[in-house]
Design a binder for this molecule. Structure first.
Ligand code: NDP
Ligand code: 2IT
Length: 450
């Protein structure tokens, strides 16, 4: 495929929006990438002539299906299931499943698109995908969640495989859900393989996978801080969310001598001036993973501040680690963070900062680690889980953690290589987008019209 002329960024975006209407998150994710790539593609026109941009925004395959299940009252319920197989240029499709009532095609396309660049940055051979459902696990019994997972996998199984597409967890999909999904896959396919990651340790999971996204984000932030002669020691840290990523973020920050003062969920946030210590973190894990309660209960238990329907970003902190969901930091919140002295924002969640918020962080030249680089530790250890499954052996905690640390350092180096400006400022957004793009684009060039 070749073309003699190609559209400018505005024309490209206009075409993308016309072709993919009502998908604002997907437009946002693509816009950021094409802005970062513009100059690079002018310098390297072979990618333009081969239509790489036009191809990379078009999923290789999108699967949408009905998920019927019966609730505990015996009533029929129907949800919509999705799997976006975005890009397999450098490896099988790889990426999480999200179960949340807000899930729709546009959100999963943005996540699958980001995943392609993120997975490339890890240095491991993984393509990009994402899936999920508008099913809401909140308030459902274990049996209802199991029946839903079994029905979801009954369709999904025919599209995935250990060398084809390997899903994992994301919002609303943790160890419990992966167990039910794996059990159903194994029954239908009659095979015991590493078709999912994030599995339990006793049936093929990897040590450190539950911790990996949170730990990895803290390692990435640590690398950024080092460039300024800074560290987590003695820093006040704002964290949002209280799920998988947030919990292990707090654990690692405590270990490095920082003080986390906030956590949140979709109902509000808590502010604990004394800091969340190991004991309190244990309670958060019980509250969220076993009791499946609300973060407000933490405030009630410890007699601290709880703010309903708000996010933690108007509080004072040196470092912010957003770890809940997309677009959870807006422009005003970004301005407030910076004017309150925040020197580093590192994204545990996927695209938690709006476009306007990102511009503030870049304009003010603070350390800003975009999700596709900063939270890549989760999928990186998923990649290591796949390796262990293929070799049919398990590495120690130390072995996996060392590899995770090295991968996060290497991602930081790649971002610096492609994102360093003449002034010396490192634009990690450009660095991650260009650094993630090159390997995938070169593989697509090598493979012809794919
Ligand atoms: P969990 O389901 O474990 O936790 C999600 C947390 O975010 C909960 O506290 C939840 O609150 C909150 N949350 C979810 N949706 C919203 C919303 N619309 N508004 C406000 N709060 C919300 O998910 P994870 O911790 O796994 O995921 C968190 C983020 O990290 C996501 O952006 C995910 O894509 C990203 N990520 C996850 C990885 C992983 O390995 N798990 C890897 C890389 C990125 P509530 O309980 O009220 O819903
Ligand atoms: O957004 C992500 O990188 C994830 N949810 C983890 C994906 C994975 O395959 O481990």
């Amino acid at each position: 495929m070749s073309r003699t002329s190609y559209p400018d960024t505005n024309a490209f975006m206009a075409e993308l929006k016309a072709k993919n209407p009502s998908e604002p998150e997907f437009h946002q994710a693509v816009h950021e990438v094409v802005m970062s790539l513009d100059h690079f593609l002018n310098e390297n026109p072979k990618y333009r002539y081969a239509g790489i941009l036009e191809r990379i925004v078009e999923p290789e395959r999108m699967i949408i299906f009905r998920v019927p299940w019966i609730n505990d009252k015996g009533e029929m319920r129907v949800n919509r299931g999705f799997r976006i197989e975005m890009n397999s240029a450098i490896g099988p499709y790889k990426g999480g499943l999200r179960f949340h009532p807000t899930v729709n095609l546009g959100i999963l396309k943005f996540l699958a698109f980001e995943q392609v660049f993120k997975n490339s940055l890890t240095t491991l051979p993984m393509g990009g995908g994402k899936g999920g459902s508008d099913f809401d696990p909140k308030g459902k019994s274990d049996n209802e969640v199991m029946r839903f997972c079994q029905s979801y996998m009954t369709e999904l199984y025919r599209h995935i495989g250990p060398n084809t597409d390997i899903p994992a967890g994301d919002i609303g999909v943790g160890g419990r859900e992966i167990g039910y999904l794996y059990g159903q896959y194994k029954r239908i396919a009659n095979e015991f393989t590493g078709v999912l990651t994030g599995k339990g340790l006793i049936y093929g999971g990897s040590l450190i996978r539950p911790e990996a996204t949170g730990y990895g984000n803290v390692y990435f932030a640590q690398e950024m801080l080092k460039t300024k002669g800074e560290s987590f020691k003695g820093k006040t840290v704002l964290v949002s969310g209280s799920g998988n990523v947030a919990q292990y973020t707090v654990e690692k920050v405590i270990e490095l001598g920082g003080k986390v003062v906030t956590l949140s969920d979709s109902s509000g946030y808590i502010y604990d001036q004394e800091g969340i210590d190991a004991e309190k973190l244990k309670y958060v894990m019980y509250l969220k993973n076993t009791k499946r309660g609300r973060i407000k209960e933490y405030a009630d238990k410890y007699g601290i501040k709880y703010v309903e329907n708000e996010r933690p970003w108007l509080e004072k902190g040196d470092i912010a680690l957003p770890s809940a969901t997309q677009n959870e930091i807006n422009e005003i919140e970004a301005i407030t963070l910076v004017s309150n002295g925040c020197i580093c924002v590192s994204e545990g969640a996927n695209m938690p900062s709006t476009h306007e918020a990102v511009q503030i962080f870049l304009d003010k030249a603070i350390l800003f680690g975009p999700g596709k680089a900063a939270n890549a530790g989760g999928v990186a250890v998923s990649g290591l889980e796949m390796t262990q499954n293929s070799m049919r052996l398990s590495w120690t905690r130390q072995e996996v953690d060392n590899r995770l640390q090295n991968i996060m350092k290497s991602i930081h180096e790649t971002c610096t290589k492609y994102g360093k400006k003449e002034s010396g400022f490192v634009n990690y957004v450009d660095g991650a987008n260009i650094g993630g793009f090159v390997k995938v684009a070169d593989a697509m060039l090598a493979q012809g019209a794919v």
